[in-house]
Design a protein around this ligand. Structure first.
Ligand SMILES: Nc1ncnc2c1ncn2[C@@H]1O[C@H](COP(=O)(O)OP(=O)(O)O)[C@@H](O)[C@H]1O
Ligand SMILES: [Mg+2]
Length: 372
């Protein structure tokens, strides 16, 4: 990443309000450039936990790697009476079209959790500690039995509009509380990495297959890059949302950026549209989730005129639809050529003739899906 400002010292403030069971999370080191990546194992994790002051010198954690991440190592750490989760960013994403991503994103992810946790503590895992010199942090482990992945629920046709509404509400709450905050803007001035991780792979990469869309997609990417209104999560996908008894919990904030909140809104709504191709029996429920998320979110927008953000999200949505077919991170739930063709057709039509309302995107999508 070039041109990034120096890292803010996130650790100069107390972290106490994020602590599990009243134990303040600790930091092993103040922020400085991460050291070369060494493979993690039980001994390295134990040493890191000791440096962070999470365990005493004689405690031995039991650690095992978890599946599921595409860009990071995730470990479950078992200690007497508590379970923790360690996340370390990998220098390359485990995707077919490998892209490199600076591991400093782990620092921004930790910072997003800290900020969002202050605004809505139930919307994030509690933080335990950060070992920034080793590019990792530790949070509470949220048991999948109690915190199922929203993506798995949606896949199984369990698409509850109340959960979608709550995702919209929490997202708008985090966006609203960070709107116009120059300190947060400074902490998350991650313009270069947001371009590299989001705008280029999603909005620019598809122009290789669709050169005639270079104009609309390029304008979309540039308009998004120029908008700096709130803290953005950057990966609000059902695969990064756990559904707890006290509402949705956001994970995976590696793409955090101070930018355009319409990106988060459109990114999540895009997944709800694409799910319609995954489980065709649940189409009306997915679309009800789309409507509830959009309505709830827009109902809480106070930092700018609602029509403005709705318009930007409506313009982004067809770009993101196309991205998940012909961008660098194709979605797993669309496999047949017929479905890919449908997505391309509706996305192209809306990119060439944009609509300004989310219901109009949803209507165009529903018609294209039904082959109308
Ligand atoms: N705090 C946590 N508690 C329990 N499971 C977690 C936690 N954080 C991540 N996971 C699991 O690991 C998976 C990948 O985590 P994520 O942060 O999304 O990594 P990646 O950036 O690699 O996608 C999640 O889908 C979830 O199953
Ligand atoms: Mg993830």
């Amino acid at each position: 990443m070039t041109g990034s400002p120096p890292l803010p010292d996130l650790l100069s403030e107390p972290l106490g309000e994020f602590a599990p069971d009243g134990v303040p999370p600790r930091a092993a080191e103040p922020s400085r450039p991460p050291e070369p990546v060494i493979p993690l194992g039980q001994a390295e994790i134990a040493a890191s936990l000791k440096r962070m002051g999470v365990i005493g010198s004689h405690e031995q954690p039991h650690c095992r790697p978890l599946d599921g991440g595409v860009s990071s190592e995730i470990w479950l750490i078992e200690l007497p009476g508590r379970r923790l989760c360690l996340k370390r960013a990998l220098p390359q994403l485990k995707l077919a079209q490998i892209w490199e991503a600076p591991v400093i994103r782990n620092h921004h992810e930790f910072a997003w959790f800290r900020v969002a946790g202050r605004i809505c503590p139930e919307a994030v895992p509690r933080l335990v500690g950060q070992d920034s010199a080793h590019g990792l942090f530790v949070m509470e482990y949220l048991d999948p039995g109690m915190y199922p992945l929203w993506k798995n629920q949606l896949r199984d046709g369990h698409a509850d509009p109340a959960i979608a509404a709550s995702v919209g509400a929490r997202l708008a709450q985090i966006h609203g509380a960070t709107a116009g905050d120059s300190e947060i803007a400074r902490m998350f001035a991650t313009n270069d990495s947001f371009y590299a991780l989001r705008l280029e792979p999603y909005l620019i990469a598809p122009t290789r297959l669709h050169p005639d869309l270079a104009g609309p997609l390029g304008r979309l990417a540039h308009a998004t890059a120029r908008t700096h209104l709130t803290l953005v999560h950057g990966d609000v996908s059902p695969k990064n949302i756990l559904v707890g008894r006290r509402g949705p919990v956001f994970l995976d904030a590696e793409c955090a950026w101070y930018g355009d909140p319409a990106f988060d809104l459109a990114f999540c709504l895009n997944h709800l549209l694409l799910k319609c191709l995954w489980n065709t029996r649940a189409v009306s429920r997915y679309l009800a989730c789309f409507d509830r998320l959009a309505e709830t979110y827009l109902g809480q927008v106070e930092w700018e005129p609602r029509d403005d953000i709705e318009k930007r999200a409506s313009h982004l949505l067809p770009g993101l639809l196309l991205a998940r077919i012909d961008g660098k991170s194709p979605v797993e739930c669309v496999t047949s050529e017929m479905d890919k063709g449908r997505v391309r057709r509706v996305a192209r039509a809306l990119l060439l003739n944009p609509v300004d309302r989310l219901y109009a995107v949803r209507e165009a999508w529903a018609a294209a899906r039904a082959g109308v």
